[in-house]
Design a protein around this ligand. Structure first.
Ligand code: HEM
Length: 411
């Protein structure tokens, strides 16, 4: 064994991406990996091997490299033995699991609805929803920020945007949680997901049938219209895109708002600056996303051919995950990366929204929701404080998302 690989082995002994210690604070492990084994091979809970990419430059190159594909079905026949991953469910025909040229067709239909200009139209409504949630919390006299504020806000917004009736929203919480948890736990993914997928598909069939008969001014009606007009979306693709938007709208922005507020509570000087100068919010949002990114690891990628990276040979069919939260703490790219600084200059280069063709479609919406949520919260509750011992805060389990279970605050 060479001196380098023996050093690598020693440092890797302290690396366990599935431990509670890692879940509570992944950054020391990411530091070890970036320094000693930046393209790291790990055994996933279902027994297959995945490569974990932790340095910024490598993360960018993998996310932009067409040799790493999203559609595992292309490899399935020859790779059946390598992993039990299967995205062939009724909800998986969407842009995030497809590659060019299909990807472009699936994305361009929805893209038009998510430009910053289109999204800006929702500003007034997002402000209203934000204020209503804060009114309710004030009336109660206390607030658990996740459940009372940062979780419901993006759900209400995405459901209104799509045209999902108010009375149906609660069901989505269960479905969307189940789908994300299943993704986090591939060992049981397919068996656990099935009842939820079936319930979700039945719901979407009914909803789209209603909108087809009686179109409304909402995104579901627009997508159906696009499908009817140009035959550009199949029925399955229609369900795939709606469910992707619902899941993305449920599970990500909640972490931007919660992680951002936590960072401010832990850095009162920065909170003071933002309260005094609310126009610092745009830089602050980039720093929230960089410092404690809501999506810890990218979604799955598969090598479509053999690729050499940092001296490692990634074989065709191998599973690759990019550690976005590690890349955003790479000192080669961000000076003093563990320092939280809302005025940091280079922070717009963060990878929290990904990179390349799959760059987050919902980024303008997430930014607008984050901006309104945090500026309104600080304006209305200037004495905001953590209402628990910091060591009692618990992070949700799983690799994909990085978010707190609860954040009790006093105001
Ligand atoms: C702060 C909030 C958000 C974060 C941090 C975030 C992060 C990401 C990331 C990292 C990706 C790329 C994943 C990969 O390449 O493996 C992505 C893709 C995507 N996001 Fe977001 N997202 C957020 C909010 C949203 C919202 C609100 C929506 C829409 C309602 C949305 C819709 C999407 C879609 C549709 C894709 C797939 C794009 C494609 O494959 O072309 N996201 N997001």
């Amino acid at each position: 064994m060479s001196e380098q690989s023996s050093r690598q082995q020693q440092s890797n002994e302290s690396v366990n991406l599935f431990s509670e210690t890692f879940n509570q604070n992944p950054y020391p492990t990411f530091r070890i990996l970036r320094g000693h084994d930046p393209v790291y091979q790990t055994l996933m809970p279902d027994g297959h091997i995945a490569w974990i990419v932790t340095r910024y430059e490598d993360a960018v190159s993998v996310l932009k490299d067409g040799r790493f594909i999203k559609d595992y079905a292309k490899l399935r026949d020859e790779q059946e033995q390598k992993t039990s991953h299967d995205h062939s469910s009724a909800l998986a025909e969407n842009m995030l699991f497809s590659d060019p040229p299909d990807h472009k067709r699936l994305r361009s239909l929805v893209q038009q609805a998510f430009t910053p200009k289109m999204i800006e139209r929702y500003r007034g409504r997002i402000e209203e929803i934000t204020n209503e949630l804060l009114d309710n919390a004030e009336a109660k006299g206390r607030m658990e920020l996740v459940g009372d504020f940062s979780f419901p806000l993006p759900i209400i917004v995405i459901c209104e945007l799509l045209g999902i009736p108010k009375e149906d929203r609660n069901q989505f919480r269960t479905w969307s949680n189940a789908l994300v948890e299943a993704n986090n736990n591939p060992e049981h993914a397919n068996e656990n997901m099935q009842p939820y997928v079936e319930a979700f598909v039945t719901y979407l069939q009914q909803l789209t049938a209603e909108r087809r008969k009686d179109p409304q001014d909402d995104l579901v009606s627009q997508l159906i219209h696009a499908e009817d007009e140009g035959d550009r979306l199949t029925e399955k693709e229609l369900y795939g895109v709606i469910s992707l938007l619902i899941i993305a709208g449920h599970e990500t922005t909640v972490n931007l708002i919660t992680n951002g507020v936590l960072a401010l509570l832990q850095h009162p000087d920065q909170m003071e600056q933002l309260k005094n100068q609310p126009d610092l919010i745009h830089g602050a949002l980039n720093e929230f996303l960089r410092y404690e990114g809501p999506v810890e690891f990218s979604t799955d990628r598969w090598a479509n051919e053999t690729v050499e990276l940092q001296g490692k040979t990634i074989e065709r069919g191998d599973h690759v995950l990019v550690a976005l939260d590690s890349a955003d703490h790479d000192p080669e790219h961000f000076d003093d990366p563990d320092v939280f600084d809302i005025k940091r200059e280079s922070n717009s280069k963060h990878l929290a929204f990904g990179k390349g063709v799959h760059f987050c479609l919902g980024a303008p919406l997430a930014d607008l929701e984050g901006e309104i949520a945090i500026t309104t919260l600080l304006r209305r509750m200037p004495d905001l404080q953590l209402d628990t011992e910091p060591e009692k805060l618990q992070w949700r389990p799983g690799m994909l998302m990085r978010g707190l279970k609860e954040l009790p605050v006093a105001f």
